[in-house]
Design a protein around this ligand. Structure first.
Ligand code: ARG
Length: 585
C-alpha cells in the first residue's frame, strides 16, 4: 500500500501541474502530517512558496489547487487556513477501507523500497583485546536497528563489523603471550587466556617498565607485518579469544554481524597512499604523508591534515578507512555506507569523506553517512561506572538489567496475586531486561547524551520497552479472554470508526509506512520508538473508552480488528528495533 502521505503527495503534484503548468511537475507539494489535530490530519503547504514565482496571493493559489486536486475519495473538502495552508481531514470510510486492505498483509501495508540497493551498515566494531564498552553497545544497538529497518524495506544490507584487529599494540600482546604461555602456539585449542582486558593491561605494564620487552614487542610488530607464520598464528589466537567474548554479547543481544576487521584491508593500504600521491594531493608534513582538505584546522587555527602514512612508514586508522571505503564501493557495490560510531569520531569521518571526494573515489549516486551518537552517562551525569569506580563491563550491565527486571516482576506478581513458575519469571525478566536496555538507547535522539538508569528504562508507565511489550501482552489477553482467534477475523468485516478514539487509533495505525520511510531517510530509530509509544497510548485511550468483547456485532469484530492490527503493528515495529514481544508478562 502506498502510504497515505505519499498518495496525497501524488494527488497534489498532479493538481499543481494542472493548475500552473508542467514546469511545476517537479515541485514538492509539501504534504506533511498536521502539526495539530485542529488542522485536520495532513496539510499541503506549497501555496506559500509559490506566491513569488506565480505573483499571486497564497490563498488564491491554494484555492486553485483545491479546485483541481482529486482527493474526494480520501478526504473531506479541503479547507484553506491562515495565510494559505490547505488542511486535509481523512474520511472514516476511506480509513476503514485502508485498514481492511492491510489486514491480510503480513507487512501491514509497508511498501518495499522502490529501488532496493546495496547498503552497508558499519557498526559495533570493537577492538581486539580491549574492552567492548558502552559506546560499542550503543553502536551495536543503533546499527542493528537501522540494518533491520533497511532489510525490511527490501534493501540488500551488508552488516559489517569493522573490528580493530590490527595495529602496533599486537607486538606487545604477542610478546607477552609468548612470555606467559610459551606453549600457546602448540596447544592453541586448549588455550584460554580468560579476561583479555586484564591480559592487555598486564602486557602494557611489562611494555612500559621493561625496555628489553619493549624491543621484543617492536620486533614482533615487524615480524607480524612481514607475514611471519608464528606471529600470524599468535595474532589469530588473540583475535579468536576476543571474538569469543564479543560473540557472547552478540548472542545475548541477538545481533547478526559479518566480521571484516581492519586487517582485511592491509594489502590495500599501500595502494591508497600511492594513488593519492599520483593524484598529486599527497603532501609531506613533519615526515608524515598527509592530505590537506579545506575546513579542518587545529586549535591554533592552522590547517589540519589527514595523515595517511606516519613518519615511521606505518599506516593508520584513516588509511584503513580510505581503503575500506574504496573496497566497499568498488567490490561490494555499496550505494550507501552508514558508519555508526560515537560523535567523537565526526571529524575523522568528515575528513576521510572529503579526501575520498577529492581523490574522486566517490561516484555519483553513492552516499556515505556518519551516524553519530552521544555518550552514555551514569545517573550522576558523569561517565558511567561501577560503584567502585571502574568502567562497567557490558555483560554485568546486561545482567543487572535482568536482575532489576526480575525483582520488578516479583513485585508485580505479588500485587496481582499471581503465581508463576521460575522458568516463566526467568524468561520474562531476561527478555524485558535486555529489551529495556535496547529501547532506552533507541528511544533517545541518538545525537544527545543519555543517562543510563535501570529504574527509568524499566518503568512500566514511561516510554519504555516494558510499557510497549505490556500493551502487546494486554491485547493478547483480550484474545485469550474472549477466545477469539485474531488470525481468523474476517478481512471483509466492516470496520466502524464512529468514536473519536477509534478514528485516532485508525489513523495512527496507517502511518507505520511513512514512519519507516522517514527512519530510512534520516536514520533516526527514535522516530519509530515515538510512533510505537503513541500507538500504545492511543490504543489505551481506545480500550478505556470503547468496550470490545462486550460490544454487539458487527461492532465487536470491528473493534477486535483494531486490537489485532495494533498488536501486529507493535510486534512488527518492535522487531525492527530488535525487541521481541511476549504473549504474557
Ligand atoms: N574500532 C573503532 C572504535 O572502537 C570503531 C570503528 C568504526 N568503523 C570505522 N569504519 N572506522 O572506535
Amino acid at each position: 500500500m502506498i502510504s497515505i502521505q505519499e498518495q496525497l503527495k501524488q494527488k497534489f503534484s498532479q493538481a499543481l501541474v494542472s493548475a500552473f503548468g508542467s514546469q511545476y511537475s517537479n515541485t514538492d507539494p509539501v504534504v506533511v502530517a498536521a502539526s495539530n489535530p485542529r488542522f485536520g490530519d495532513y496539510q499541503c503547504n506549497v501555496a506559500l512558496s509559490l506566491a513569488k514565482p506565480l505573483q499571486q496571493k497564497p490563498r488564491d493559489i491554494a484555492q486553485q489547487i483545491i479546485d483541481r486536486v482529486d482527493v474526494g475519495v480520501m478526504c473531506e473538502t479541503p479547507e484553506i487556513a491562515g495565510p494559505g495552508f490547505i488542511n486535509l481531514t481523512l474520511k472514516p470510510d476511506y480509513l476503514a477501507a485502508q485498514l481492511n486492505s492491510i489486514q491480510s498483509d503480513p507487512r501491514l501495508g509497508v511498501e518495499q523500497a522502490e529501488e532496493p540497493q546495496r547498503e552497508i551498515v558499519d557498526f559495533s566494531s570493537p577492538n581486539i583485546a580491549k574492552e567492548m564498552h558502552v559506546g560499542h553497545l550503543r553502536s551495536t544497538i543503533i546499527g542493528d536497528s537501522i540494518a533491520r529497518i533497511l532489510e525490511f524495506r527490501g534493501h540488500d544490507v551488508l552488516r559489517l563489523n569493522h573490528v580493530g584487529d590490527w595495529g602496533t599494540q599486537f607486538g606487545m600482546l604477542i610478546a607477552y603471550l609468548r612470555e606467559v604461555y610459551p606453549d600457546a602456539l602448540v596447544a592453541a585449542d586448549a588455550l584460554d587466556i580468560g579476561d583479555l582486558v586484564a591480559f592487555y593491561r598486564k602486557a602494557k605494564v611489562r611494555f612500559d617498565e621493561d625496555t628489553e620487552f619493549k624491543e621484543i614487542a617492536r620486533q614482533e610488530v615487524v615480524k607480524l607485518q612481514a607475514g611471519d607464520e608464528d606471529s600470524r598464528k599468535a595474532w589469530q589466537l588473540l583475535c579468536e579469544q576476543s571474538r569469543r567474548e564479543f560473540q557472547v554479547i552478540y548472542d545475548r543481544l541477538d545481533i547478526q554481524l559479518e566480521e571484516r576487521g581492519e586487517s582485511f584491508y592491509n594489502p590495500l593500504l599501500q595502494g591508497v597512499v600511492e594513488d593519492l600521491a599520483e593524484l598529486g594531493i599527497l603532501e609531506e608534513n613533519e615526515g608524515a604523508q598527509c592530505v590537506f582538505v579545506e575546513g579542518f584546522t587545529n586549535k591554533s587555527g592552522d590547517p589540519l591534515p589527514l595523515i595517511v602514512q606516519k613518519s615511521n612508514g606505518g599506516y593508520n586508522y584513516a588509511t584503513t578507512d580510505l581503503a575500506a571505503l574504496r573496497y566497499r564501493i568498488q567490490n561490494d557495490g555499496a550505494k550507501r555506507i552508514i558508519y555508526v560510531t560515537d560523535a567523537g569520531q565526526a571529524n575523522h569521518f568528515a575528513q576521510v569523506f572529503k579526501v575520498a571526494k577529492k581523490a574522486g573515489w566517490l561516484p555519483d549516486g553513492v552516499e556515505i553517512v556518519h551516524v553519530p551518537f552521544g555518550l552514555v552517562l551514569g545517573e550522576d551525569g558523569g561517565k558511567i561506572k561501577t560503584r567502585s569506580g571502574e568502567s562497567v563491563r557490558l555483560r554485568d550491565l546486561l545482567d543487572e538489567a535482568i536482575s532489576h527486571a526480575y525483582s520488578d516482576l516479583e513485585t508485580r506478581l505479588q500485587t496481582e496475586q499471581r503465581e508463576e513458575t521460575e522458568a516463566f519469571k526467568k524468561e520474562v525478566a531476561t527478555a524485558i531486561g535486555i529489551s529495556a536496555v535496547k529501547y532506552a538507547d533507541l528511544s533517545q535522539n541518538r545525537v544527545s547524551n543519555y543517562i543510563f538508569s535501570y529504574d527509568r528504562m524499566l518503568d512500566l508507565k514511561g516510554n519504555t520497552a516494558p510499557y510497549l511489550i505490556y500493551a502487546y501482552a494486554r491485547i493478547k489477553s483480550i484474545s485469550r479472554k474472549g477466545e477469539v482467534d485474531f488470525d481468523k477475523l474476517d478481512s471483509n468485516a466492516k470496520i466502524m470508526l464512529d468514536t473519536e478514539q477509534e478514528l485516532i487509533l485508525a489513523k495512527h495505525l496507517l502511518q507505520l509506512g511513512e514512519t519507516l520511510a522517514e527512519v530510512e531517510r534520516e536514520l533516526l530509530p527514535n522516530r519509530l520508538c515515538q510512533y510505537l509509544f503513541e500507538l500504545s497510548q492511543k490504543f489505551n485511550q481506545f480500550f478505556e473508552n470503547c468496550p470490545v468483547l462486550k460490544s454487539e456485532e458487527p461492532l465487536r469484530t470491528s473493534r477486535l480488528i483494531l486490537c489485532d492490527l495494533t498488536a501486529r503493528t507493535l510486534k512488527l515495529g518492535l522487531s525492527l528495533l530488535g525487541i521481541p514481544v511476549l504473549e504474557r508478562m
